[in-house]
Design a protein around this ligand. Structure first.
Ligand code: UD1
Length: 365
C-alpha cells in the first residue's frame, strides 16, 4: 500500500483537490490518499463550507496555521508540515496552485526526499510583485512532477528544461469540481436571498494586494464599481483582506448601492457566477471558472498567468486603471460580447488523468 498526501491551505485549493480525492477511490486497494489542511484559510466561510459542499473527507491532519506575514505563515507551515510528514511517511506529496501553503509544503517535502507533484504547474504572469508568482516559480523549480492545465504551461516548462517525461498536460481539476457541482448549484437560493435577478446583475470580486492594499488604488477602482452600481445591480462577496481595507481607508461611502455579502461557499458562488450578466474580478481562478461557464469576465490586472482564458475563453484583461475599467464596462453594456470556447481538456476528467498517471507511472503499480 502506498500513501499519497494532498495539501490544501487556502480557499482556491479546496476545489482543486476534491476531484483528486474522489478519483483516488478507484485505487483504494493500492493507494491511501490523505488530505492535510495547513489552516492558511480557516472558519466556516473561507474553509469548512468547501469541504461539505465538495463532499471532501475531513483532513487527516489540520495544522492550524492561520494568518501572518508571508515569512511567518510560510515558516510556520513548514515547521508543522515537517512533523506531519515524519509521522505519515507518504510516498508522494501533491501540492496545488500558487498559495503560500503550496511552496511551504513542496519545500518541506523535497528536503525530506519525498517526491512532490505540482498540480497547475507552469503558469506564469511574469509579474514578480505578485506573491503567487514567486510561489509558482519556486514550486516548479523544486518539484518532481508537473501536471499542467493549459498549453502555455507546457511551453513554459519546456523552455525551462523541466524533464518532458515528467510533465503532463492533464486539464484543470478546478473545472472537474465545477462539473461535479453545477446541478447542485442550481438549487442555491442565493439570488432570492440577495434579491437579484438571473442575467441582470454584475458579480464583483477584488482581493489582489496590488488592487486593495494601497488606499488610492482601491479608491479609484471602487469609484468605478460605485458608478456601475447606479446602472446595474452589483453584488460583491467580500474577501476579508478587502473588507478590512475598505473600512480602514474609510471607503464605504463610495459603495452605498453595492450589495455586499460575506465570502460565499462553493455552490452559492457558482450560482452567482453562472447567472451573472458579467463578472468583474482580479482573481486567478475566476478567470477559468467563467471561461468554462462561458460567462463574460473583465479581469482588472496588468497580467494573467492563465492566457488561455483570454485567447480561447470569455476573459478580457484590462489595466487596473479607472479609464480602462470604464471603457471595458461600457463596451460590455453596449456592444456585442466576446464569445468563448472551452480550452482543451477542461472536460471534467483532469483528476482521473492525474491519478492514473500517479498510480501507473509514478508509483509504478
Ligand atoms: C490567499 C492567496 C491568494 C488567493 C487567496 C484566495 C497567498 C500568497 N495568497 O490570499 O493567492 O487568491 O488566498 O482567497 O497564499 N483572513 C481571514 N480569514 C481567513 C483567511 C484570511 O480573515 O480564513 C484575513 C487575514 O486577516 C489575513 C488576510 O485575510 O491577514 C489575508 O489572508 P492570506 O491568507 O494571507 O492571503 P489572501 O489575501 O487570502
Amino acid at each position: 500500500m502506498k500513501r499519497v498526501i494532498s495539501v490544501v491551505g487556502a480557499r482556491p485549493n479546496f476545489m482543486k483537490v476534491a476531484p483528486i480525492d474522489r478519483a483516488f477511490k478507484k485505487y483504494s486497494d493500492t493507494v491511501e490518499h490523505l488530505i492535510i489542511h495547513t489552516g492558511q484559510h480557516y472558519g466556516a466561510k473561507m474553509s469548512d463550507a468547501f469541504f461539505q459542499e465538495l463532499e471532501m473527507p475531513k483532513p487527516a491532519v489540520f495544522l492550524g496555521i492561520s494568518s501572518g506575514s508571508h515569512a511567518e505563515q510560510t515558516a510556520r507551515i513548514m515547521v508543522e508540515f515537517e512533523k506531519a510528514l515524519l509521522e505519515v511517511k507518504p510516498d508522494l506529496v501533491i501540492v496545488v496552485g500558487d498559495v503560500n501553503s503550496t511552496i511551504a509544503c513542496a519545500l518541506t517535502a523535497v528536503k525530506l526526499h519525498i517526491p512532490v507533484a505540482h498540480v497547475e504547474a507552469g503558469l506564469r504572469s511574469n509579474d514578480r510583485s505578485m506573491p503567487e508568482e514567486i510561489n509558482r516559480l519556486a514550486t516548479d523549480a523544486i518539484c518532481d512532477f508537473c501536471f499542467v492545465t493549459e498549453e502555455s504551461g507546457m511551453k513554459f516548462l519546456k523552455t525551462q528544461g523541466f524533464p518532458e517525461d515528467k510533465t503532463y498536460f492533464v486539464g484543470n481539476t478546478m473545472i472537474d469540481s465545477q462539473h461535479f457541482a453545477l446541478q447542485k448549484a442550481d438549487r442555491s437560493n442565493i439570488l432570492q436571498e440577495t434579491e437579484i435577478e438571473k442575467g441582470k446583475y454584475v458579480l464583483v470580486t477584488l482581493h489582489r494586494p496590488s488592487n486593495v492594499d494601497e488606499p488610492e488604488q482601491l479608491k479609484s477602482i471602487l469609484k468605478v464599481v460605485g458608478e456601475l452600481s447606479e446602472k446595474r445591480d452589483v453584488i460583491f462577496p467580500i474577501h476579508p483582506r478587502t473588507r478590512k481595507n475598505i473600512d480602514s481607508f474609510g471607503l464605504n461611502e463610495l459603495l452605498k448601492n453595492v450589495k455586499f455579502i460575506e465570502p460565499q461557499g462553493y455552490l452559492d458562488f457558482l450560482a452567482l457566477m453562472k447567472n451573472a450578466d458579467f463578472v468583474l474580478t482580479d482573481s486567478g481562478g475566476i478567470q477559468e471558472e467563467t471561461t468554462a461557464l462561458q460567462i463574460p469576465c473583465i479581469t482588472v490586472r496588468k497580467t494573467t498567468e492563465r492566457p488561455v482564458t483570454v485567447e480561447v475563453g470569455t476573459n478580457i484583461l484590462i489595466e487596473p486603471t479607472p479609464e480602462a475599467m470604464k471603457t471595458a464596462i461600457d463596451d460590455m453594456l453596449t456592444k456585442p460580447r466576446k464569445q468563448g470556447q472551452t480550452p482543451p481538456l477542461w472536460d471534467g476528467r483532469a483528476a482521473e488523468r492525474i491519478t492514473e498517471i500517479i498510480v501507473t507511472q509514478i508509483l509504478h503499480y
